[in-house]
Design a protein around this ligand. Structure first.
Ligand SMILES: Cc1cc2nc3c(=O)[nH]c(=O)nc-3n(C[C@H](O)[C@H](O)[C@H](O)COP(=O)(O)OP(=O)(O)OC[C@H]3O[C@@H](n4cnc5c(N)ncnc54)[C@H](O)[C@@H]3O)c2cc1C
Length: 319
């Protein structure tokens, strides 16, 4: 076995879940490697201001990611970013990960933390005004729209519940939904309908975002008549679904119908030595704090597993 390429644990993903797991495992003296397809930090680096991470009043996502990375490295954690996974073997005691550049890494434990992404509308202007008026997270960005007029896109539970929560900040919330009915629980629909700050534009879709430095208006098309009107807004929140980055795990690990990784309370999956953490697992709330918590639990459980494995091996040798 090439010891340079063998680790106690390999973590897939360098968002807050993966980096927290890296901090805990390497501090527990486990030889740990974090592999990430993107840059270190995951979705955190898409956030210009994080104001809800306890202990830090306000910080940019990039800065928080840089601190987490530095902290993990200070305990000896190896981190490789911008890699491309080629093959993953999660079965058996010895797991392996091969990369497109031909390198192969082995470990006794793997933590999957590939995160996820919000479904996008894919219309002109969305890429330009993402983070400049367009958001996919009410908990993260709602406060920035205090006293402003916003649009919420979607007709499911998330859209209606988040629209209600956004009325704490915004002066006016308009829900734009493609159908004439909602795909949400009765109580969520009733709550939205009875809120005086919320109005509805149904059977309609946003077809374009406009602005200069930040978002100023949206084009809304009536799907039945085809009529398009320009609607002035300060912000738009899009809640049309969430996609976990688990395509590469299909057939390798238990996923639910939405493609989320199914885990137990200790973040273990159905495979021995394989754990999962963060936005890619089946759960209701997706935040940096929850990802950090999942990563911590997964690392502690993996440490326990690795310690037991090492103890069993020592006993085997001494017998
Ligand atoms: C615009 C925006 C603003 C937000 N603002 C806040 C906020 O203010 N406060 C808050 O608490 N939360 C906020 N969130 C949510 C928060 O960022 C996420 O909940 C959190 O980052 C999830 O962490 P994670 O580690 O599970 O996944 P991610 O952050 O998604 O990281 C996943 C990592 O895995 C890597 N990866 C993916 N697939 C593969 C693969 N196949 N192989 C290898 N690596 C892979 C990615 O490159 C990335 O490094 C925001 C999210 C967005 C999109």
């Amino acid at each position: 076995m090439n010891l340079d390429k063998h680790y106690d644990a390999i973590i897939i993903g360098a968002g807050p879940a993966g980096l927290s797991a890296g901090i805990y495992l390497s501090r527990a003296k486990m030889k740990t490697l974090v592999l990430s397809e993107g840059t270190v930090g995951g979705q955190m680096i898409l956030t210009h201001e994080i104001a809800n991470y306890p202990g830090v009043e306000s910080i940019s996502g990039y800065q928080l990611a840089t601190i987490m990375k530095k902290q993990a490295k200070s305990f000896g954690c190896d981190i490789k970013s911008n890699i491309s996974l080629n093959k993953l073997d999660l079965d058996g005691k010895l797991k392996s990960v091969s990369l497109s550049d031909g390198s192969l890494y082995t470990s006794y434990s793997i933590i999957l933390a590939p995160g996820g992404r919000s479904r996008t509308l894919n219309v002109p202007g969305e890429d330009i005004f993402r983070g400049k008026g367009i958001s996919y997270c009410a908990t993260c960005d709602g406060d920035f729209f205090t006293g402003k007029e916003i649009v919420v896109v979607g007709g499911g539970n998330s859209a209606l519940e988040e629209a209600v929560s956004l009325t704490k900040y915004a002066s006016k919330v308009t829900i734009v939904h493609q159908f004439d009915h909602f795909q949400a629980f009765e109580h969520a629909i009733n709550e939205a309908r009875s809120n005086p700050k919320i109005s509805f534009i149904l059977e309609s879709a946003i077809t374009e975002f406009h602005g200069t430095e930040s978002l100023r208006s949206v084009n809304i098309k009536n799907i039945r008549t085809g009529e398009i009107r320009n609607f002035p807004v300060d912000g738009t929140f899009i809640f049309i679904g969430y996609l976990p980055n688990t395509e590469f795990l299909k057939g390798r690990i238990d996923l639910n119908q939405s493609g989320e990784i199914i885990v137990n309370n200790d973040m273990s999956t159905g495979k021995k030595g394989v754990y999962a953490a963060g936005d890619s697992i089946a759960k209701r709330f997706r935040q940096i704090t929850t990802a950090v918590s999942d990563g911590t639990i997964a690392a502690l459980a993996a440490s326990e597993y690795l310690n037991k494995l090492k103890k069993d091996e020592k006993q085997l040798i001494s017998n």
